[in-house]
Design a protein around this ligand. Structure first.
Ligand code: HEC
Length: 152
């Protein structure tokens, strides 16, 4: 059960977006990281925790459970490539969580976690479908932040 979930993500990271469908294009909002945190919500949007929970488990959206164990018991498999996210809302502030979703490479340049909201203008070797796009929309990132802060 592990590989089917992880493979689309790896395909996207390496060669192309074989099984992952790019979401609708939305305007990119610049963000600023200070002290390993992004204080301002992306595009000034308000997140929704329930939507964030769904995005985390959705193989065509966040697919966070491909690499992380999360308290989402109805999802059949959770990967162990990354640390479990139980209690992550107690370890990090919303601003710190936002940067980790947006661009984990800013925290750890060696990470294999994709940057879900990096500046598309700075992307290289990106599959055509993703040109000019982020992996998640600003709204999806904010929904995930709203969800993760509830994991205390
Ligand atoms: C391809 C695997 C992969 C995917 C997919 C992935 N992550 Fe990660 N994530 C990691 C790894 C590995 C780390 C460990 C830290 C590092 O490598 O920098 C991590 C770290 C984190 C952390 C910090 C946890 C801690 O305790 O320090 C958060 C928060 C996080 N991820 C959230 C997410 C969310 C939300 C998603 C979905 C949008 C996601 N991750 C998708 C691999 C992944």
């Amino acid at each position: 059960m592990f590989l089917p979930r992880l493979l689309p993500m790896l395909a996207l990271l390496t060669s192309g977006a074989a099984h992952v469908v790019a979401g609708p294009a939305t305007a990119y909002c610049q963000w600023q990281s200070v002290d390993f945190a992004i204080a301002a919500p992306l595009c000034g949007l308000q997140g929704d925790a329930l939507r964030g929970r769904a995005i985390a488990a959705d193989g065509h959206a966040g697919n966070c459970i491909a690499c992380h164990q999360m308290p989402i018991p109805e999802a059949d498999f959770h990967g162990t490539v990354g640390p479990p996210l139980h209690g992550v809302g107690g370890r990090y502030t919303a601003a710190q969580l936002r940067l980790r979703i947006v661009d984990e490479q800013a925290v750890n340049p060696m990470t294999i976690m994709p940057g879900f909201y990096r500046d598309p203008a700075r992307a290289n070797r990106i599959a055509d479908d993703w040109f000019g796009r982020t992996m998640l929309t600003a709204q999806q990132v904010e929904d995930l932040v709203a969800y993760l802060v509830t994991l205390k």
